[in-house]
Write a protein that binds this ligand. Structure first.
Ligand code: C2E
Ligand code: MG
Ligand code: MG
Ligand code: MG
Length: 285
């Protein structure tokens, strides 16, 4: 009986494995189609300066707008896009679109903003990113100072010696650089000091419980003072309550983004928000 049960378990196991494999394959082929049909969109989340209360930039966040109208979030498809390499054409499109959208906002007469684009490991490796970034800027006619690239802490610390070179090459273009999801990986402080980084983004997992969990509050404060002592500005992500906001203000954090101020918005809704905020109180949050 034990043997039988064992066999049944084995069959059950392979059946569920097959199911997972076929789910993966169908998601992969849907994603390939989405690339060829251009089913992606960017939503933009405002970043607010904590001293002036002004919107100083936006982060471009990828959305998959499926044929049936459903809006798919990155958590569903980014890791598969990375594994399959599809993130390279998708990320390239996002980079170009973000530059074009930012140029259009500037031409609409809005005060200039920085646009931040997330860069994946596949795009960062291989030494071609700087050329692609330069081409995207030129294609859109956007000044390099208005583009920021976000690279995660785990990505740059994976091969820090190589990252030092790649980051300097990007920095030489005149763009700004940010380390994303900071605090979740393992940073070598000596490398952190050698990276030409403008912004350190405190991961939202620390921001979430800033008021309730003393450990998270300690980490958030440590990241703020580390960033400042390295000459970087510190951005808190995932800010969703007044309590978190006042903690961050008290501890001298520079910028924040989060649902408290705004969710990521399609470009039309973003420019509406910027116009209203500008008219009412010069972009005050
Ligand atoms: P991320 O770069 O750390 O982006 C921040 C994520 O936090 C976004 O999720 C944003 O919608 C979410 N968020 C912002 N404020 C709040 C808040 O107050 N509460 C909560 N619960 N969440 C908040 P999203 O858009 O789902 O993106 C998830 C991740 O997908 C991003 O994390 C980034 O790693 C990746 N991603 C997004 N767009 C791109 C892209 O164009 N290229 C690449 N390579 N990765 C991307
Ligand atoms: Mg990001
Ligand atoms: Mg992040
Ligand atoms: Mg993240």
């Amino acid at each position: 009986r034990a043997k039988e049960r064992g066999r049944n378990n084995f069959q059950f196991y392979t059946a569920s494995m097959n199911e997972r494999v076929s789910e993966r394959l169908s998601l992969e082929s849907m994603l390939r189609q989405a690339v060829s049909r251009g089913e992606f969109a960017l939503h933009y989340q405002p970043k607010v300066d904590l001293r002036s209360g002004r919107v100083v930039g936006v982060e471009a966040l990828l959305r998959w707008q499926r044929g049936d109208g459903a809006l798919v979030l990155p958590s569903t498809f980014i890791s598969l896009a990375e594994e399959t390499g599809l993130i390279v054409p998708i990320g390239e499109w996002a980079l170009q679109q973000a530059c074009r959208d930012n140029k259009a906002l500037q031409e609409a007469g809005l005060p200039p903003l920085h646009v931040a684009v997330n860069i994946s490991a596949r795009q960062f490796g291989g030494g071609v990113l700087a050329g692609r970034v330069k081409a995207a800027l030129e294609g859109a006619g956007l000044g390099p100072e208005w583009l920021e690239l976000e690279l995660t802490e785990s990505l740059v610390m994976q091969n820090p010696e190589e990252a030092v070179r790649a980051l300097h090459e990007l920095k030489d273009l005149g763009v700004r650089l940010a380390i994303d999801d900071f605090g979740t990986g393992y940073s070598s402080l000596s490398y952190l000091q050698r990276f030409p980084i403008d912004h350190l983004k405190i991961d939202q997992s620390f921001v979430r419980d800033i008021g309730a969990d003393p450990n998270d509050a300690i980490i958030a404060r440590a990241v703020i003072s580390l960033g400042h002592s390295l000459g970087m500005q510190v951005v808190a992500e995932g800010v969703s309550s007044e309590e978190q906001l006042s903690f961050l203000r008290r501890h001298d954090c520079d910028q924040m983004q989060g649902f408290l101020f705004s969710r990521p918005l399609p470009i039309a809704a973003l420019s509406g928000l910027l116009e209203r905020a500008g008219l009412q109180h010069g972009y005050r949050a």
